[in-house]
Design a protein around this ligand. Structure first.
Ligand code: HEM
Length: 403
């Protein structure tokens, strides 16, 4: 992950293709496709079983795209019974009871970071002191990587692996010295080896952590390929962690940069709940918010005939800003409830498995930060912020603040 000169707009100000009927487009690798932008068309594409994902792993991006979206072992690239088997294994690990049990220590981890930040005094950088350590603490505890044994994961190692799994092929100029340089293929092999050994140890000595629960569920269900299980644990750890860092950082850019007068109101739990949903809905995680599907048979989509075999580029960003469904847009009341469910986490069989974690961590983070530091403000204007680049997500490299 590298940083770049400050020239990019913040993600909440990225232009999106306006909602309109499906129409032909060309993907960055030259593949012809149909661009789907309206809320109801996007929802249909994501939920209708005639649209699948399976053979699209390397279609769309020059060079095949980031490993997390192009690796065939990723559950994101599976369809039908194989995908359902893996999903149901994860559902068995993510029971409502398990999630409720994780809630108190997520809140505790957030509070510890808030207390350390406040105690450190000003000036401070929210990326180093908050948006990185909070998700890392949650990830380590959730996956059981915070002990003293061979499973212990340090933040630098995880960042190196994250950079490899999410690398989007764009130049990572300069780099961040703390990341440590390593060939991406080597880093991925190292990560898979670590995770394979971790799974083997949890199989013999299970604990209360999510890796143990996943292994137990997979072994009870039988026929979950080991490679898929390894890739699932890799993804939940690295890209899950990075998504939370990115979403928190980008939300703080918007809140502190454009809504400073609203910041102290976030101390109220009901307000934070609604604000969280709005922020996750309107602020993308990266510069490219499209996902792809293939039509397995001819389909009428929003009055347009999509032929069998066609590729569809599905724009979640356009759908979430479709004025026919969300007439208010981002700049309305910060805690206005959304008039329809967000598509930020997709819909249908590939609905994001980390949505619960993202909502929980965002809500706790905003409420606890605003309670402890109601006067929190940026000391660098938004148009002078630098960004972490080179992966599928984009987030501020630093967030200099005072209070
Ligand atoms: C703001 C943060 C996040 C956003 C916007 C997001 C968005 C998405 C979207 C749009 C998809 C489905 C793509 C498609 O249907 O083509 C997805 C799938 C997935 N997400 Fe997330 N995600 C976020 C955070 C997380 C976190 C924190 C985790 C893990 C802890 C996670 C784990 C997953 C997994 C495993 C899948 C694949 C599910 C499947 O294919 O069945 N995500 N995410």
């Amino acid at each position: 992950m590298s940083t770049a000169a400050p020239a990019l707009p913040p993600l909440h100000r990225l232009p999106v293709t306006p909602a309109q009927p499906p129409h032909p487009t060309t993907l960055p690798d030259g593949t012809p496709a149909w661009l789907v932008t309206r809320y109801h068309d996007v929802r249909q594409t994501l939920t209708d079983p005639r649209f699948t994902r399976g053979d699209l792993a390397t279609v769309g991006t020059p060079g095949g795209g980031a490993d997390v979206s192009s690796n065939p072992a990723s559950m994101f690239n599976q369809d039908g019974p194989e995908h359902r088997r893996l999903r149901s294994t994860v559902q068995r690990a993510f029971t409502a009871r398990a999630i409720a049990g994780w809630q108190p220590w997520v809140a505790e981890g957030v509070q510890q970071a808030v207390d350390a930040l406040a105690a450190g005094g000003t000036p401070a950088d929210l990326v180093t002191a908050f948006t990185r350590p909070v998700p890392f603490a949650v990830t380590s505890r959730l996956m059981g990587l915070d002990g003293d044994g061979p499973d212990r994961l340090d933040e630098q190692r995880l960042r190196r692996w994250t950079r490899a799994i999410l690398a989007d092929g764009t130049p990572a100029d300069g780099g961040d010295a703390t990341d440590g340089a390593l060939d991406p293929a080597e880093a991925l092999a190292e990560y898979a080896a670590y995770t394979g050994e971790l799974i083997a140890r949890r199989r013999h000595h299970p604990g209360e952590d999510l890796v143990s629960r996943l292994v137990q569920a997979a072994d009870q269900d039988g026929d979950v390929p080991e490679e898929s299980l390894v890739y699932l644990v890799c993804g939940l750890t690295a890209s899950g962690n990075e998504s939370v860092t990115g979403a928190l950082g980008n939300a703080l850019v918007y809140l502190l940069g454009e809504r400073p007068e609203d910041w102290p109101r976030l101390a109220d739990p009901d307000t934070t709940e609604r604000v969280t949903e709005r922020l996750l809905h309107f602020i993308p995680l990266g510069d490219d918010e499209a996902t792809t599907r293939r039509a397995t048979e001819p389909v009428d989509l929003g009055g347009v005939h999509i032929p069998a075999g066609a590729v569809l580029a599905v724009s979640l960003g356009s759908a979430n800003r479709d004025a026919a469904v969300f007439p208010d847009g981002l700049d309305a009341g910060l805690d206005h409830p959304l008039p329809a469910p967000t598509l930020a986490f997709s819909a249908g069989p590939h609905y994001c498995l980390g949505a619960w974690r993202m909502r929980l961590e965002m809500r706790e983070s905003l409420r606890r930060l605003a309670t402890a530091l109601p006067g929190l403000r940026l000391t660098t204007p938004v148009d002078r912020l630098t960004w972490q680049l080179g992966t599928t997500t984009r987030s501020p490299a630093q967030l200099p603040v005072t209070w």
